[in-house]
Design a protein around this ligand. Structure first.
Ligand code: SF4
Ligand code: SF4
Length: 678
């Protein structure tokens, strides 16, 4: 049975193959040209870690097989592994078109490798077929809300199914006719042979030829359809995982002095990794389900950002890649405001839940903030509430516009040295942050932290009135000028005092000081207050007593900037677990799956006008645990949760405290003075 034995059949085979490869190459050329036209993105480092991630996340499908999506994940993983398994079979199939009976060296019939491989291939082909049927049924009948239900997906699944059916059919026909499938002892061939046993020799030949040509057409159609569909991820997912972000939560730092344009306007302003991300999205909707903005009815849906950008990009690709001359009047698509609506961009809390959930490590935050930069710095278009925050940051160094001289008021009576006083043998600078300095609740957290440090004998000082906002809210709101101005001012002061080690109670300050100041010349060892508190307890430098009037059951709310952005999940839990008599219960959405409080990404300074409130959503979840106290480790989380508790009428049943307040309340020596009133 040699379908290309006739010269005309061979010419048709060659023409189809050459046509498909040429089309694929032509489409790929456009897409690669776009990647080359985009901006640099430094991802060519830490190769060991990158390839280890490829094994874990690409080959091992680790992010696909999360507990939440186990059934759907297994479906995808089996199809993916099946594809890997049949790759060799495909090489033999195409090779057979040139030379009948072609076998990859070492995999000939009768060899251990060859027979073993055919057994694996058979099992995967059956599994893939079953998964394809299940996936189509799921899309047509179950219709999960997170999936984009397009005919594109059905067409691709149909092609995959056809590839499996035709290959299995060929094995069955060959086994029925000759006793083997191309010389191999195929399990699937033997199982299907009875279906074809009644066929005459001519009928079997015809059926085999039909299966062979259908298999070839499905294979080539799949190849040419990939680059123009959402299944382009079959090609791009390996590079997406390989070039995934490895650094912590820092945004790109542009050279403002030598820039003429700011942020992202069009596709060529994106970094090549952003373009690759737009190509790679599978529309699985996991980011959509993780997004707090989407969950609370805001106009933002991260999946849709990718879909809208891809639609616009694919329309413009022939012109952007230089393949075609644009018609008169054509202009490059504008992204912020036109392709992606402004209220979509301003809804993001930069919580990183989408990036954490995405199996392909697709990034959103940098793209969103870069578009905000364009709106703020080039168009002066931003929510009116931000005007006051920007002005206050510029004039007073804090978003509330309060007098910088009041920055030290929280420390009254605590005998904490200022760096300006020239204290000796200082181990740490305590970075108080604007909230710790000015917000009533956060001031109590600062006092609790200071009390713990003093009890443990940690030598620390503060900047007092010399401290200014790190610039985090300005940066996340797109005002990069203001951020760099504040950062440079702080770095000058910190470096002037020779500061090397910093403690901060604010995860936003932590993230900015640790991850973003190095690009501007500020390099410090930064620890979060929960880290040092947990360490002091573990080292026996802080001892806690039993008793007190705390509630016995506590749940911990993960701050996005402490957890997902910086990987600190254990320290606050260890500190809480060390408190005698306290029982820690977890919320369903915790650790890297934690749900935002709604304040990040400068949302703290914007009104939440649309949908339901993010903090209400979170407080409902807190209440569901039965905990009497929700502990947090971020001043913004404390504020948002406390507001949520008050606004949902739970003041009597639920208390919001920072981890440091709970610990300070139980200090064995002098621990009875911590102010816990909210
Ligand atoms: S960072 Fe958070 S708020 Fe922004 S798109 Fe992602 S999940 Fe949604
Ligand atoms: S960005 Fe990632 S998680 Fe979101 S739909 Fe695309 S592939 Fe899925």
């Amino acid at each position: 049975m040699n379908p290309t034995a006739h010269p005309i059949a061979f010419v048709v085979f060659l023409a189809l193959l050459a046509g498909a490869i040429a089309t694929f190459a032509w489409l790929m050329r456009e897409r690669v040209a776009m990647l080359r036209a985009a901006q640099p993105s430094p991802r060519l480092d830490r190769w060991g870690e990158r390839w280890a991630g490829v094994l874990t996340y690409f080959v091992g499908q680790k992010r696909i097989l999360t507990r939440r999506y186990r059934a759907a994940g297994l479906m995808h993983a089996l199809i993916f592994w099946g594809f890997l398994a049949v790759a060799l079979n495909t090489v033999q199939f195409v090779g057979g078109g040139f030379s009948h009976g072609f076998r990859v060296p070492g995999f000939a019939p009768g060899t251990v490798l060859g027979e073993g491989y055919v057994l694996v291939r058979d099992l995967f082909e059956i599994a893939v077929l079953a998964m394809v049927v299940a996936a189509v049924a799921r899309r047509l009948f179950v219709r999960p809300q997170r999936l984009t239900l397009s005919w594109d997906a059905i067409a691709i699944l149909g092609m995959i199914g056809l590839l499996m059916v035709t290959d299995l059919a060929m094995a069955g026909i060959e086994t029925a006719s000759t006793g083997t499938a191309g010389g191999y002892r195929s399990v699937a061939g033997r199982a299907l042979a009875p279906v074809f046993e009644g066929f005459s020799a001519g009928g079997a030949g015809l059926a085999h030829a039909a299966a062979w040509w259908l298999h070839l057409i499905a294979l080539l159609a799949f190849l040419t359809y990939l680059p123009i569909s959402k299944h382009f991820h079959v090609v791009t997912s390996l590079p997406s995982v390989l070039f995934r972000r490895l650094d912590r939560g820092s945004l790109p730092t542009p050279d403002l002095e030598n820039s003429e344009r700011f942020g992202v306007t069009g596709f060529k302003d994106l970094r090549w990794k952003d373009v690759l991300d737009v190509y790679s999205c599978t529309e699985c909707g996991r980011c959509q389900e993780a997004c707090p903005a989407h969950a609370t009815g805001k106009p933002l849906n991260p999946k849709k950002i990718n879909e809208d950008m891809r639609d616009a990009l694919f329309d413009a690709l022939p012109y952007l890649s230089g393949r075609r001359t644009p018609p008169d009047g054509w202009s490059e698509p504008v992204l912020p405001g036109a392709t992606i609506a402004e209220d979509v961009l301003w809804s993001c809390t930069t919580c990183r839940a989408c990036e954490q959930a995405c199996p392909l490590f697709i990034e959103f935050i940098d793209r969103i903030v870069e578009m905000r930069r364009k709106l703020v710095l080039e168009d002066s278009s931003f929510p009116t509430e931000l005007t006051a925050a920007f002005k206050n940051l510029e004039k007073n160094g804090n978003p509330w516009g309060l007098n910088p001289a009041q920055r030290e008021d929280w420390a009254e009576g605590l005998d904490i040295p200022r760096m300006a006083d020239g204290p000796e043998r200082i181990e740490y600078l305590l970075w108080v942050g604007c909230a710790g300095a000015f917000d009533d609740r956060a001031r109590k957290v600062a006092r609790a932290t200071a009390k713990i440090l003093q009890t443990a004998g940690v030598r620390f000082a503060i900047l007092g009135a010399e401290e200014a906002c790190t610039g985090d809210p300005a940066r996340r709101a797109g005002n990069e000028y203001l951020f760099q101005m504040l950062a440079q001012q702080n770095i000058e002061i910190l470096n002037g005092y020779g500061v090397t080690r910093i403690i901060t109670q604010c995860p936003h300050c932590f993230n900015t000081l640790a991850n973003e100041y190095p690009a501007l010349g500020g390099r410090y060892e930064v620890v979060h207050h929960t880290e040092i508190i947990a360490k002091l307890i573990a080292d026996g430098r802080v001892r806690l007593r039993d008793g007190g009037d705390h509630a016995a059951t506590v749940t911990f709310h993960d701050s996005c900037y402490l957890g997902r952005h910086n990987g600190i999940y254990d320290a606050p839990r260890e500190a809480l677990a060390a408190v005698p008599g306290l029982r820690l219960v977890e919320m369903p959405r915790s650790r890297d799956n934690g749900f935002c409080c709604g304040a990040g990404g400068a949302r703290m300074w914007m009104e939440e006008k649309l949908g339901t409130k993010v903090n209400h959503n979170r407080v409902e979840e807190v209440a569901g645990t039965g905990a009497r106290v929700v502990a947090a480790a971020c001043p913004f989380c404390v504020t948002m949760l406390a507001d949520g508790v008050n606004e949902t009428g739970r003041q009597e049943s639920l208390e919001v405290l920072d981890v440091s307040q709970i610990v300070a309340d139980r200090l064995a020596a002098g621990g009875d003075g911590a102010d816990r009133s909210a």
